[in-house]
Design a protein around this ligand. Structure first.
Ligand SMILES: Nc1ncnc2c1ncn2[C@@H]1O[C@H](COP(=O)(O)OP(=O)(O)O)[C@@H](O)[C@H]1O
Ligand SMILES: [Mg+2]
Length: 356
């Protein structure tokens, strides 16, 4: 069923992904209502209306669900219970079960393995003794991550020597972890794919992601990898979207091993930072594809008219905005966050290059 322009799209989460989704929705004539825990969120600033309440507020969730025709989410760490409450009243896409997989690193890797997608070796870690056992099996270096609530490298500890295990367990700061064998990758890539309720798929080319302090710093679109590898990454992303029965947008983060092997790192069932370049370099952005997917509209072309380099403006880097705006070929995006904090994504700038 097609949801016509004029309908109200609910967005759970008030960050920049919600903001850019709402801007794309507005261009097509939809209204958005955001649900955010804080007032004046980046998304609420550009939405027709907002519900400001904790995600645990059942009455507020009910009010929100009543005010919207359909809903989606822009943030992985929304409590699953909140999403389920909204889904009991209005259609939520992607379906809440997909969010529950993506917000739980063990479920996520288990799902990936179950559909034959390659990942690094991993073990569930419930206590320091389990960590020692897993370190003996997987070796060092290894990465200990909290199973829940991780993003931008939060809740992650690199373990370089088995003797560091107890300090790592404490630093991870959660009672359920996942130990991953360290991947000595050649580079990191991702594929953003959109899938509709009719099974139609629209995928963007694989891009390269460079991280600084575990936070995405730069995306190079497209990734400079052999066509066969780009094709394989594309096939992996499509396969995952299909097996998730996704309606919406999904980013698949992958490691390119030194041996050329692709390992899936993690999934994000929402628009992704590594897809921001599509706003300025493609016929249809990842945000518009999300709106199209959840409203039952056909996809726009993912074709790119330019290559692009997207640089995140993190923390104080946002103070360089006058330099970026002075570059007539740069496309500056500022998220409207009032407080600058170290490690906080404040905006991004995309530079377009002739298509190779
Ligand atoms: N097993 C691993 N081996 C090597 N590097 C890793 C591993 N896991 C994570 N990293 C590095 O840390 C970054 C962030 O980890 P990720 O699992 O994507 O968590 P999040 O993005 O949710 O913080 C990755 O993009 C990668 O650079
Ligand atoms: Mg990641």
């Amino acid at each position: 069923m097609m949801l016509a322009p004029g309908a109200v799209i609910g967005i759970l989460g008030g960050g920049q992904l919600g903001r850019m989704t709402a801007l794309a929705a507005a261009a097509l004539g939809y209204r958005c209502q955001v649900f955010a825990e804080e007032a004046d969120s980046p998304a609420a600033q550009v939405c027709a209306s907002a519900t400001v309440a904790p995600f645990t507020d059942a009455a507020a969730l009910a009010r929100f669900a009543k005010a919207v025709d359909i809903a989606t989410f822009e943030f992985e760490n929304i409590p699953a219970e909140a999403v389920r409450r909204v889904a009991a009243a209005v259609p939520v896409s992607p379906r809440p079960e997909i969010l529950e997989i993506a917000q739980h690193r063990l479920k996520e890797k288990g799902f990936l393995r179950s559909i034959g997608a390659a990942t690094t070796e991993f073990r569930a870690i419930e206590n320091p003794a389990a960590l020692d056992k897993a370190l003996a099996e997987l070796g060092v270096p290894a990465v200990l991550k909290s199973v829940r609530m991780g993003y931008d490298g939060k809740g992650q500890v690199m373990i370089r020597a088995a003797g560091d295990s107890h300090a790592a367990w404490r630093a991870m700061g959660s009672d359920l972890g996942i130990l991953e064998a360290f991947v000595d990758f050649e580079r990191e890539i991702s594929v953003v794919v959109a899938r509709g309720g009719d099974g139609a798929i629209a995928a963007y080319p694989a891009v390269e992601n460079r991280h600084v302090n575990h936070i995405l710093d730069t995306t190079i679109a497209p990734a400079d990898v052999p066509p066969a590898m780009a094709g394989k990454a594309d096939a992996i992303a499509r396969h995952i979207a299909e097996r998730l029965d996704l309606v919406g947008v999904l980013a698949v983060e992958m490691f390119v091993g030194k041996n050329g092997r692709l390992l899936v790192n993690e999934l994000a069932p929402r628009p992704h930072n590594s897809g921001h370049w599509t706003i300025d370099a493609c016929h249809t952005s990842q945000f518009e594809q999300l709106v199209r997917a959840i409203c039952g509209l056909p996809f726009g072309s993912t074709e790119r008219h330019s290559d692009a380099v997207m640089k995140n403006l993190i923390g104080d880097e946002i103070s360089a905005w006058p330099e970026h705006i002075a570059d007539p070929h740069a496309k500056l995006h500022v998220y409207g966050k009032t407080k600058v904090k170290p490690g906080r994504k404040m905006g991004h700038v995309t530079r377009l290059l002739p298509k190779r």
